[in-house]
Design a protein around this ligand. Structure first.
Ligand code: NAI
Length: 468
């Protein structure tokens, strides 16, 4: 078969690229080796983790907030089987949704592992070993990423006792204790799930802070709130070994500054030390497609690799490993292939950590602005001073707006608090249009809402908050 575009991989990058290209009149095929579409995000990542995060958060609400709200229920308890069924049903409806959208847009799904034979040619090996050749004027690599493991440490991930994020979505029973290696996004989200369900969770993190790269003040506040929820932290601690023990597993770590090695035993260990671009068996070397020192496919600003007609997007290339970044790149490359001007604004890519409360950020952090020598103003507003937050018993956290000292243009926004992942978006839209703190502060916000805290932080950056 011959197509205008052959997309390899059906995660958020690949499937969105395919739909957009089809909408623009191109004939599209998607090669996918998994039994269902949607890639890591829909099958074993963002979507199932959010189902477990939401369910376990409701349990925590019932345990800690219902009494104060005057809602009397019996002692709440987790029913893990039903919770997992909810997770599986959520995944099923999402992956089936992608299959429906493929049909609707007349996209051919080709089941099997894709290997690039050269410009315009992809070999697809089905589960039964049968190989078919697919031709495409353009090939888009959207093969995503896989668990990176711990740099320099050999770990045998069995997905039962020593697990990656995949196994941590499938525990058959709540581990009595869980060590999380890596205090990044995955470690904190899945660590939160199991802590709420009753695990004693200990996070071991190499850096002196959790969520390295996030705004320092935000990371500190997040750690304080997570510690209050029972998570224990060893920071500045380098994990040097993870092995099975008689009961569970043993984690060895040492202080980055030096000192004696320590060990902790736990029923289970989650390895959450990052992901790597996944291009295994793709035939990149044979096809002459260049990769960088971290194995990511090299692209130019138009997502072109060094080989004519071969493009790449998402986790397989440089940049933040985020589903929405991949989606936007998918749209941009489809537009470019259709002769339009596709573009992604990498300065405005929000990121959200779905802990409770949520942590969300867009644009520059204070640390980045200082490093770049940019003079800035800070406007901050705590949720303790927001009426809606008080009514919802959701007063943890704050909004912080960073604006250019001279021009008042908003350069970054950082939120710790209930629904931070939704609230951040007004800052993203504002920044996309080059707006100022004054623009945001003068925009009428509905009362009473959590979004008033965003307005108040903008007011504080521009002049003064009203409500504090
Ligand atoms: P990460 O890069 O966010 O965090 C990994 C952490 O492990 C780092 O803080 C690092 O310092 C630490 N580490 C590395 N080696 C270590 C060692 N030997 N001992 C102790 N600590 C060590 O990676 P994570 O959490 O695995 O996530 C992978 C990717 O997936 C990230 O790019 C993340 O942004 C993305 N993701 C995004 C989500 C979201 O947006 N909500 C959810 C889940 C994943």
């Amino acid at each position: 078969m011959s197509y205008d575009v052959v997309v390899i991989g059906s995660g958020p990058g690949g499937y969105v690229c395919a739909i957009k290209a089809a909408q623009l009149g191109l004939k599209v095929a998607v090669v996918e080796k998994r039994a269902t579409y949607g890639g890591t995000c829909l099958n074993i990542g963002c979507i199932p983790s959010k189902a477990l995060l939401y369910a376990s958060e409701m349990l925590a609400e019932a345990e800690h907030s219902f009494g104060q709200l005057g809602v009397v229920v019996g002692k709440p308890k987790a029913d893990l089987v039903t919770m997992m069924a909810h997770k599986d049903a959520t995944v099923a409806s999402n992956v089936n949704g992608v299959a429906f959208l493929f049909k609707k847009n007349k996209i051919d799904g080709i089941r099997g592992t894709g290997r690039i034979l050269g410009p315009g040619k992809v070999a697809v090996t089905a589960d039964d070993g049968k190989v078919t050749e697919v031709e495409g004027k353009a090939i888009v690599i959207a093969t995503g990423s896989d668990v990176a493991g711990i740099p320099g440490v050999k770990v045998d991930i069995d997905e039962k006792v020593i697990v990656s994020s995949t196994g941590a979505l499938e525990f058959a029973k709540v581990p009595g204790s869980l060590v999380v290696v890596g205090g990044g996004v995955i470690g904190l989200e899945l660590g939160s799930v199991w802590a709420r369900l009753g695990s004693k969770v200990t996070v071991v993190e190499y850096l002196d802070t959790i969520l390295g790269g996030m705004d320092g003040e935000v990371a500190k506040q997040a750690q304080r709130l997570l510690a209050k929820q029972g998570l224990a932290f060893h920071l500045g601690a380098k994990v040097t070994g993870v092995e099975k023990a008689k009961k569970g597993a043993k984690v060895t770590f040492e202080s980055v500054k030096g000192g004696e090695a320590q060990t902790i035993e736990a029923d289970a260990v989650l390895i959450a030390t990052g992901r790597r671009a996944y291009t295994d068996k793709l035939g990149l070397a044979e096809a002459g497609v260049a990769v960088d020192e971290r194995g990511r496919v090299k692209t130019d600003s138009h997502f072109r690799t060094n080989v004519d007609g071969i493009y790449a997007i998402g986790d397989a290339i440089a940049g933040p490993m985020l589903a929405h970044k991949a989606e936007d790149e998918g749209v941009a490359v489809a537009e470019i292939l259709a002769g339009q001007a596709g573009h992604v604004n990498y300065d405005v890519i929000p990121s959200v950590v779905y802990t409770s409360p949520e942590i969300a950020s867009v644009g520059k952090t204070e640390e980045e602005l200082k490093k770049a020598g940019i003079e800035y103003k800070v406007g901050k507003f705590p949720f303790t001073a927001n009426g809606r937050a008080r009514a919802m018993l959701a007063t943890d956290g704050f909004v912080k707006i960073l604006a250019d000292k001279k021009t008042d243009r908003v350069l970054g926004a950082h939120i710790v608090g209930r629904s931070a992942g939704e609230l951040i978006q007004e800052a993203s839209v504002l920044m996309e249009f080059g707006g100022s703190a004054e623009d945001l502060a003068r925009t009428c916000h509905p009362h009473p809402t959590l979004s008033e805290a965003v307005k108040e932080a903008a007011l504080a950056a521009f002049f003064k908050s009203i409500h504090i």
